[in-house]
Design a protein around this ligand. Structure first.
Ligand code: SF4
Length: 464
């Protein structure tokens, strides 16, 4: 059993210390951090799309060091994770953190005939790892969402990740303790027994400014936070960065988090400073820690960590509801009725062979009839019935099971549209279809299926 699994089994608070593979250095690895068990985690392509892989980086450290390897689905397909799982097993890796990942730095939107970048969803990666067996599987979760629909969408997807087989959850980096408490309440309320760990980072002014300037996906830094950090820097109170981090770690322990995922604290001198603050304040109660935390952050209203919410609607538009109802009706008639299945079989037999005139005509008919209505891209495995008739291919990452963590107040990480998963979550509430978004694990589309008729494939599958 890995050290991580043993900590979980014994309810022992643990610290996962993150290392970036792009740093190209071998670091002294801690097995204890402030007297808590420590585990090494290796992040996947944080600085560039071409960083050394976590698996390759892990070879620099002995097998005796317990490691968590991150696997981000960006730029990857289901075959990539199947290969990765085999290699990780051969390398005696026991723990994985499976994520969709943020936008590729060299993302290609598929325009002008170029091949569109693909993203393997975390839900599908978890399903593959669970089926493979033998790993302790972690997933990421972003509780720092402040528009109702994007928050609902995050929690709906968390249900799916846990249903798919995740063993533990690591939150996005964030500083709003109320949001972290909500995540714990959610797990308790639904009687999930999976462990949750909070991601923290010593937040200096330079780091906060960087995250704001580069709009780092899914991270919320408010003007109030920037002002507090600026004032501290000007008055020479730089070490508060580590004091605050220590307080957050200790508060999470009191709140029942299984541990901490510690980011950007890989240098021994930083670690020693942080550990010294943990030692200094570990005897405090939760109330005392919270009081100190609030005074350091100058919290007065409780809204200091919440971004300003522009006006937005919590309701779907009437045209969205009507479109859903019409498409749902058509779906039932075309795919669920006996007559439709008989006609479908006849058509699919006629178009059985790929690249025949009949197959090409069927593909073209499907594309023409659906592209204008839902943005169809002929993925070959239509998932509209499981996505409230909102085509997953209209998400720039092509995600079908739910959002990534990178939205900002319902806006897509790519910045050019509203997140389709927020639209779905809002619509699902209005038409009472929330269970579909919570329960249905939608398989990934194999590359070889893309560019074929999903109608033909569907009829073929029902006939089989
Ligand atoms: S899910 Fe696939 S087949 Fe269905 S509308 Fe979207 S691209 Fe077209």
């Amino acid at each position: 059993m890995s050290q991580l699994s043993s900590c979980f089994q014994n309810n022992q608070f643990c610290i996962l210390v993150e290392y970036l593979t792009s740093l190209n250095e071998i670091f002294p690895v801690k097995t204890e951090f402030a007297r808590y068990p420590a585990v090494m985690t290796l992040a996947d392509r944080v600085h560039s799309d071409h960083d050394v892989t976590p698996l390759a980086a892990s070879e620099q450290y002995p097998d005796s060091v317990d490691k968590i390897l991150h696997f981000a689905g960006k730029g990857r397909d289901i075959q990539d994770i199947e290969l990765f799982l085999q290699q990780a097993k051969a390398a005696k890796i026991k723990n994985l953190l499976l994520l969709t990942g943020d936008k590729l730095k060299e993302h290609c939107d598929g325009k002008d005939g170029a091949e569109r970048s693909r993203y393997l969803e975390s839900v599908n990666a978890v399903m593959a790892a669970k089926q493979f067996g033998g790993f302790c599987i972690g997933v990421a979760f972003n509780p720092f969402k402040y528009a109702e629909a994007e928050r609902d969408a995050q929690y709906l997807k968390l249900h799916k990740k846990l249903k798919a087989g995740a063993d533990f959850i690591i939150t996005q980096l964030g500083y709003n303790m109320d949001a972290l408490k909500q995540a714990k309440i959610f797990l308790n309320h639904h009687q999930y027994t999976q462990k949750i760990l909070a991601c923290v980072m010593p937040l200096s002014l330079a780091r906060a400014n960087f995250m704001v300037k580069h709009q780092v996906a899914g991270i919320v830094i408010t003007p109030h936070m920037l002002q507090v950090l600026t004032d501290e820097k000007q008055t020479g109170l730089n070490e508060r960065v580590y004091l605050r981090c220590a307080l957050q770690m200790l508060m999470c322990k009191h709140l029942g988090f299984a541990g901490i995922h510690l980011s950007a604290c890989h240098k021994p001198e930083e670690q020693m400073l942080l550990e010294s603050y943990i030692e200094q304040y570990r005897h405090l109660t939760l109330d005392e820690l919270e009081s100190l935390w609030n005074s350091l952050w100058q919290v007065k209203t409780g809204k200091e960590f919440v971004p300003e919410l522009p006006y937005y609607s919590c309701q779907p538009t009437s045209s969205q509801i009507i479109k859903y109802q019409q498409l749902h009706f058509m779906h039932e008639v075309l795919f669920e009725s006996k007559i439709a299945k008989g006609v479908g079989r006849f058509i699919f037999r006629a178009a059985w062979w790929e690249n025949t005139p009949a197959a090409k005509a069927l593909l073209k008919t499907e594309y023409i009839s659906k592209h204008g209505v839902v943005g169809c891209e002929s993925c070959g495995q239509c998932r509209l019935g499981d996505t409230l008739y909102i085509c997953p291919e209209t998400c720039p990452k092509g995600l079908a099971n739910g959002p990534c963590g990178g939205t900002t107040l319902d806006r897509c990480e790519f910045g050019d549209r509203e997140c389709i998963h927020s639209v779905k979550a809002r619509l699902a509430k209005a038409v009472e279809q929330t269970e579909v978004l919570k329960e249905k694990l939608i398989p990934t589309v194999p590359i070889e299926v893309r560019g074929t008729s999903s109608w033909k494939n569907w009829y073929a599958a029902t006939e089989a």
